[in-house]
Design a binder for this molecule. Structure first.
Ligand SMILES: Nc1ncnc2c1ncn2[C@@H]1O[C@H](COP(=O)(O)OP(=O)(O)O)[C@@H](O)[C@H]1O
Ligand SMILES: [Mg+2]
Length: 253
C-alpha cells in the first residue's frame, strides 16, 4: 500500500482564479521530502489542502494509507495520523495548549485521558525544546512571539505522535539555536516513530540533522522539478530565478 499520494490536485480561489493547476507527488514511509519554491508558488495551499483547508479544491485526490482523505474533516485526518504546523499558527483564546492536546488525544483514543499524563508528556517535550512548561498553561498561542508559536507547534506534534508531519516554514521566526535544536528533535522523532516529513522551508538550517530523500520544486501552482539534495544546494546557492533560467536554457523542462 502506498503511504501517501497527491494526484492532479487543483485548487482555485472563490473568484475562480486557479492557484494549483494539477499537483502530483508521493511520499513514502519514513521519507523526508522538502517542498520549495518562490513566494506564491502554492506551497502553503498544497499543505492546507492535505490537512483540510481545501475549501476550493476543484479536482484531485489525496490518499493516505490507501484511503481518500479529501472528503474527511480536519479532525478525522488528524486522527489518522496527519499533523500540520501552519505557516502562521492561529491564536486560540479560551483554550490552553494542554487542554488542546488533551482533547485531540481523547478524540484519537476515543476515551478519557488523564491531565497528569498529558502534563507529563508536555514536560518531557518542553525539556527537549528548552521551553518553559508553563507556556502550555497559557491560552493557545495568544500573545506568543513568532518563535514561541513555532516551538509550541512542535510541542503539539510530539504529543500527538503523527505518522505524516507537514511543517510549513517551521523555522521562520526561530533563532539559529532553536532551528538547530528543532532539526535534532525532528531527526530523533523520525528515528523512533518512522514518520514521514513534508517540510516547506526557505532555510536549510532546519534540515541540517535530517536527510532529505527528495526535493520538490514548485513554480506557479505546479511541480516544476523533482530532485535531491543537490537541487536544494543549487537553489540555496544561486536562487530560484537562476535555477529556472538554467533549466529553460537547457530545454529540459
Ligand atoms: N484565499 C485566497 N484568495 C486569493 N488568492 C489566494 C488565496 N490564497 C492564496 N492565494 C494566492 O495563491 C498563491 C499561492 O499561495 P501560497 O500557497 O500561500 O504560496 P506559497 O506558500 O508558496 O508562498 C499566491 O499567489 C496567493 O496570493
Ligand atoms: Mg507559504
Amino acid at each position: 500500500m502506498k503511504f501517501f499520494g497527491v494526484k492532479n490536485l487543483r485548487v482555485s480561489t472563490k473568484e475562480g482564479k486557479e492557484i494549483l493547476s494539477g499537483v502530483d507527488f508521493e511520499i513514502n514511509k519514513s521519507e523526508t521530502v522538502v517542498l520549495i519554491g518562490p513566494n506564491g508558488a502554492g506551497k502553503s495551499t498544497v499543505a492546507g489542502a492535505i490537512m483540510g483547508d481545501g475549501r476550493f479544491i476543484t479536482s484531485g485526490s489525496v490518499k493516505f494509507l490507501g484511503e481518500e482523505i479529501l472528503s474527511l474533516p480536519v479532525s478525522e485526518r488528524a486522527k489518522k495520523g496527519i499533523f500540520m504546523s501552519f505557516q502562521n499558527p492561529v491564536e486560540v483564546p479560551g483554550i490552553t495548549t494542554t487542554e488542546m492536546i488533551r482533547s485531540v488525544l481523547e478524540d484519537k483514543r476515543g476515551g478519557f485521558v488523564l491531565l497528569d499524563e498529558v502534563r507529563e508528556g508536555i514536560s518531557e517535550n518542553a525539556k527537549k525544546l528548552g521551553t518553559n512548561i508553563w507556556f502550555s498553561e497559557r491560552e493557545l498561542n495568544v500573545g506568543f512571539s513568532g518563535g514561541e508559536k513555532k516551538k509550541n507547534e512542535i510541542l503539539q506534534m510530539l504529543a500527538l505522535s503523527p505518522k505524516l508531519v507537514i511543517l510549513d516554514e517551521i523555522d521562520s521566526g526561530l533563532d539559529v539555536d532553536a532551528s538547530t535544536r528543532i532539526s535534532k528533535i525532528l531527526r530523533d522523532y523520525q528515528k523512533e516513530s518512522g514518520c514521514s516529513y513534508l517540510i516547506i522551508t526557505h532555510n536549510m538550517r532546519v534540515l541540517r540533522h535530517l536527510e532529505p530523500t527528495r526535493a520538490i520544486l514548485m513554480k506557479e501552482g505546479s511541480v516544476y522539478a523533482v530532485g535531491d539534495q543537490k537541487m536544494l544546494k543549487t537553489v540555496e546557492k544561486n536562487g530560484f530565478k537562476a535555477f529556472f533560467e538554467q533549466i529553460s536554457e537547457k530545454g529540459v523542462k
